[in-house]
Design a protein around this ligand. Structure first.
Ligand code: MN
Length: 489
C-alpha cells in the first residue's frame, strides 16, 4: 500500500520552491474535495493517485503550475469540476495543462477505435502546444503501471501493450529515460510474465555471482583515478530485464551481451571524461568496436556519454559509461532536465529545444498536417516513428534518424526538399546504389544532385516510406501538373 501523504509532497516542493506552497496546498485541497467519494481499484482513496503523480513530478523539480495540474489532472474527467472553474481558481496555464491531459469522452463516438485514436493523437500533438502535457501524461501512466496489479487481467494486458506502443517511444524521444525504463519493464512483466521471470532469475543469479568482483573492480578504478587526481563518482549498474529481452530476441545469448554490467563514471567536465577514458583503457583491454563517443556525437534525443566495453575479471565483459553530472541529468530526465536549471522559463526552453534539435518532432508535425483521419494518423506515427529506427550519417557526419526500411529517397528529402527534387544518384559507404536502396544503421550516404534534372519521378512515391518524402514528391508533381512533367519511365 502506498503511504505517501500530502506532507511528503509539501516537504519536497519546499526544498526547491518554498514560495509556491500555498498554491500547492490549494490545489491539493481542491482535488481532495472533488475526489472525496472515489476509490482506486486498490481500495485506497482516489487522491492517492494524483498525489503520487505530483510527487514524481516534484522529484523532477517541476514548476508549480505543472504540480497543480498534476494534482487536478483527473478532476475534470471524473468529477463535477470544470475547466472554467480551474481557470478561475488557479490560472489559465493550469487550465490549459489540465485540458491537455483530459481525455475526450463526452463526445458521442460509437466507434471505440476512433475515440482511442483521437485521444492518442491529442496526446502526441500536445507536444507542440506545451511539452509539459506529455510529461504529466507519462508520469500519470507510470503511476497507473506501478499499481496495475489491482486491475483485471485483460486490462493489464491492454494497458501494458499501449504503454509499450505509445508511451515508451514518447518517453524515449524526449529523453526521459528513467520513466521509459520503468514503463517498459513493468509492461514487459505483464505482457510476458514467464519470459520476464526467466530473465529476471538469470539477472539475479549474475548479480549474486559478480557482486564481489564488481565491487573489487570499482575500488580498483577509484584507486587509479585517485592516484591521477581525477575526482569521480562511480556506480554499478546491471542491464534491466527489458533491455536484456530486446537483446535476446535479436539472437544474442544472455552470456554474450556486452553490457550486462556497467560501471557508471560521473565527473565534473568533458576533459575529465576523456581522462577517465584514457585511464580505463590503460588498465583494461578495450574491445575496439564497442567504443562509442556520444559526447562528440550525441544521440538524436540529446543523450551524451562515452561508452566503452573492456575485459573485466574472469573474462566477464564490463562496460564503462563516462559522463559529466550535467550529461547524467539529461540521460536520466531528458527534456525535463530544464526544470532543474531554469525555474520559470523551462517550458519555453523545452519547446525551443524540441523545435531546434529533435528530428522526430518535425516528423510528427508533418504527419499531423498531412493526415486527417485519426486512425491513419496513429498507424503512421507507429510505423514511421514508434517502431524501430535506423541512424545514418551524411557525408559531413550529421546523424539522420529514419524509420526502418527507409530508402535513399527518404533520406534525401529529410535533408532538404531541393536535394530530394534534384537527386540523380547516391553513394552509400563508397558504393553507388540505386535510389530505392534500403538504408541500414550506420550507413554513410552521399547524394549526387543535378539542377538540370530537377524532377522527382512519380514512381518514387512507391519507393519512399516516410510521409515527408511522399508529401514533397506529390507537392512537386501537383505544382508542375500544368507545366511539362517527365513521364515516369
Ligand atoms: Mn490519472
Amino acid at each position: 500500500m502506498n503511504t505517501l501523504s500530502y506532507n511528503d509532497l509539501e516537504k519536497l516542493v519546499k526544498s526547491y520552491a518554498p514560495f509556491d506552497i500555498p498554491k500547492l496546498r490549494r490545489a491539493f485541497d481542491y482535488a481532495k474535495k472533488h475526489h472525496e467519494e472515489q476509490k482506486r481499484a486498490s481500495g485506497e482513496p482516489y487522491i492517492i493517485h494524483p498525489l503520487n503523480v505530483a510527487y514524481i513530478l516534484a522529484s523532477m523539480h517541476a514548476d508549480i503550475d505543472t504540480l497543480c495540474a498534476a494534482l487536478l489532472h483527473d478532476v475534470v474527467e471524473d468529477t463535477e469540476s470544470t475547466l472554467e472553474e480551474i481557470e478561475q481558481k488557479f490560472n489559465k496555464n493550469v487550465r490549459d495543462l489540465v485540458d491537455g491531459v483530459t481525455k475526450m469522452t463526452k463526445l458521442d463516438f460509437n466507434n471505440k477505435k476512433e475515440l482511442s485514436a483521437i485521444n492518442i493523437r491529442r496526446l502526441i500533438v500536445s507536444l507542440a502546444r506545451d511539452p509539459r502535457i506529455i510529461i504529466i501524461k507519462l508520469v500519470d501512466r507510470l503511476h497507473n503501471m506501478r499499481t496495475l496489479e489491482y486491475k483485471s487481467l485483460e486490462k493489464q494486458k491492454s494497458k501494458a501493450l499501449e504503454t509499450l506502443e505509445i508511451y515508451v517511444p514518447l518517453a524515449y524521444y524526449i529523453g526521459a529515460c528513467q520513466i521509459k525504463d520503468e514503463l517498459e519493464n513493468i509492461a514487459f512483466k505483464y505482457l510476458k510474465p514467464s519470459l520476464y521471470g526467466d530473465i529476471n532469475k538469470k539477472r539475479e543469479d549474475l548479480k549474486k555471482e559478480t557482486k564481489d568482483i564488481l565491487e573489487e573492480t570499482k575500488k580498483q578504478v577509484e584507486g587509479i583515478f585517485k592516484k591521477n587526481s581525477l575526482k569521480a563518482k562511480l556506480e554499478i549498474r546491471y542491464k534491466d530485464n527489458y533491455s536484456i529481452y530486446k537483446k535476446i530476441i535479436t539472437n544474442n545469448k544472455f552470456e554474450t551481451i556486452h553490457d550486462l554490467m556497467t560501471i557508471k563514471v560521473l565527473v565534473k567536465n568533458v576533459k575529465d571524461c576523456y581522462t577517465a577514458l584514457m585511464l580505463i583503457h590503460e588498465n583494461f583491454t578495450p574491445i575496439n568496436y564497442r567504443f562509442k563517443d556520444y559526447i562528440a556525437k550525441p544521440k538524436t534525443n540529446m543523450y551524451k556519454s562515452i561508452h566503452t566495453t573492456v575485459f573485466g575479471y574472469d573474462n566477464h565483459l564490463l562496460q564503462f559509461q563516462i559522463r559529466t553530472y550535467d550529461m547524467e541529468r539529461v540521460a536520466v530526465f531528458g527534456l525535463t532536465s530544464y526544470w532543474f536549471k531554469y525555474k520559470n522559463n523551462a517550458q519555453n526552453l523545452m519547446k525551443k529545444d524540441l523545435e531546434d534539435n529533435f528530428q522526430f518532432f518535425k516528423s510528427i508535425k508533418e504527419i499531423d498536417s498531412t493526415i486527417l483521419d485519426n486512425i491513419e494518423f496513429v498507424s503512421r506515427v507507429k510505423r514511421e516513428l514508434f517502431s524501430s529506427n535506423i541512424y545514418v550519417y551524411t557525408m559531413s557526419g550529421e546523424v539522420v534518424e529514419l524509420p526502418n526500411g527507409a530508402t535513399i529517397i527518404d533520406f534525401a528529402y529529410k535533408i532538404h526538399t531541393d536535394i530530394g527534387n534534384s537527386m540523380v544518384a547516391a553513394i552509400v559507404n563508397d558504393e553507388a546504389v540505386s535510389l530505392d536502396h534500403v538504408l541500414e544503421n550506420q550507413d554513410r550516404v552521399r547524394i549526387i544532385t543535378d539542377e538540370e534534372a530537377y524532377v522527382p519521378k512519380e514512381e518514387w512515391l512507391n519507393k519512399a516510406i516516410t510521409t515527408n518524402a511522399r508529401n514533397k514528391i506529390m507537392e512537386f508533381i501537383r505544382e508542375n501538373e500544368n507545366t511539362e512533367v517527365d513521364k515516369p519511365n
